[in-house]
Design a binder for this molecule. Structure first.
Ligand SMILES: NC(=O)c1ccc[n+]([C@@H]2O[C@H](COP(=O)([O-])OP(=O)(O)OC[C@H]3O[C@@H](n4cnc5c(N)ncnc54)[C@H](OP(=O)(O)O)[C@@H]3O)[C@@H](O)[C@H]2O)c1
Length: 291
């Protein structure tokens, strides 16, 4: 298989994300074959020009690059690990874009290596509507040859594709690192929207402010990582005692407005544990030491 040729692509799994990937490939002029457990989801893709396979085996036979995008690794393995499919995959490049842990990625990579299958693990850092844009990020990692051979094909749906190195678990590690920050921030945003609404402000106002301040927010989070990496928590600003006091302010406001204090109480618990360990006068990043 050559690196620069326009590969034939097979997409297995036509949930929201798999369907978005398949549509993006069709829009880019790729010969695209699809398979989904529930056949009905193939119809819009067929109408858009995809070949619909009646089995996983037929789908894999039709493609050069096989993209898996199902719920998880357990389902992926159940679809791949039959003797017929395993044999077929030896002449293809298999790219796993279903979400999973670094350990699951390494396990699948080991299975692929043992069976002579060229495998790349990836994580999509986008929602389905963002697939196919020049700024769409997919992290991939593992076999360098698999990356080199599939780079152009992956860039067709993720212009800002990033190769995270030869450890097959790396893409998942970067994905999970981002997602836990995102979900923690979302939980804070839900509290903030309650706070805004209790003061008569719309949720959209909060969303707009956060979007505007996102670069500053990113800088602040990077600052925590730099402090933790450097190991010097004796800075003169943003002490743990000060930040714990801020959480008391949030809990007080929640009581005043009769909204849940769950989020600030949870954060206060983390900060308090570090205070109890004697780090109160250190920078708030010292909370990391009691994780
Ligand atoms: N959606 C997002 O915003 C997003 C963003 C980044 C990453 N991802 C990742 O992309 C992957 C797919 O997400 P999605 O949003 O497309 O999920 P989804 O809409 O829930 O689709 C799940 C897919 O998995 C298939 N599936 C589930 N159980 C199966 C089984 N036992 N055998 C065969 N196929 C099975 C489903 O087939 P049926 O149609 O037959 O049920 C469907 O194609 C996930 O790992 C997700 O974490 C999603």
């Amino acid at each position: 298989m050559t690196t620069n040729a326009k590969h034939k692509v097979t997409v297995i799994g036509l949930g929201d994300m798999g369907a978005a990937l398949a549509h993006a490939y069709l829009q880019q002029g790729y010969t695209t074959t699809v398979w989904n457990r529930s056949a009905a989801k193939s119809a819009p893709l067929q109408a858009a020009g995809a070949a619909v396979a009646d089995s996983v085996t037929t789908a894999i036979a039709a493609g050069d690059i096989i993209i898996l995008c199902v719920t998880d690794y357990t389902i992926s393995r159940s679809l791949l690990q039959t003797p017929e499919v395993t044999a077929l995959l030896k002449t293809k490049i298999l790219i796993q874009l279903s979400s999973g842990t670094p350990g699951e990625a390494r396990e699948l990579d080991s299975w692929a290596t043992e069976n002579g299958i060229t495998f790349l693990d990836g994580a999509i850092m986008a929602i389905p509507d963002q697939v196919g844009r020049p700024d769409t990020v997919i992290f991939v990692s593992g076999n360098k040859d698999a990356y080199t051979q599939s780079e152009a094909t992956l860039k067709a749906v993720a212009g800002a594709l990033q190769y995270m190195g030869e450890d097959p678990g790396a893409a998942s590690t970067w994905d999970m690192g981002f997602l836990i920050v995102l979900f923690a921030a979302m939980s804070g945003a839900f509290h903030a929207i309650k706070l805004f609404k209790s003061e008569g402000l719309p949720a959209a106002a909060l969303g707009n402010m956060i979007q505007q301040l996102a670069p500053a927010l990113g800088e602040m989070l990077k600052h925590q990582a730099d402090i933790i990496e450097g190991g010097n928590y004796h800075l003169r600003h943003s002490s743990l005692d000060l930040c714990t006091g801020s959480m008391d302010m949030f809990i007080k406001q929640a009581k005043e407005s009769n909204i849940s204090a769950e989020v600030p109480s949870f954060i206060k618990g983390i900060f308090k544990r570090a205070q109890d360990a004697g780090f109160g006068t250190e920078h708030v990043a010292a909370a990391y030491k009691t994780y």
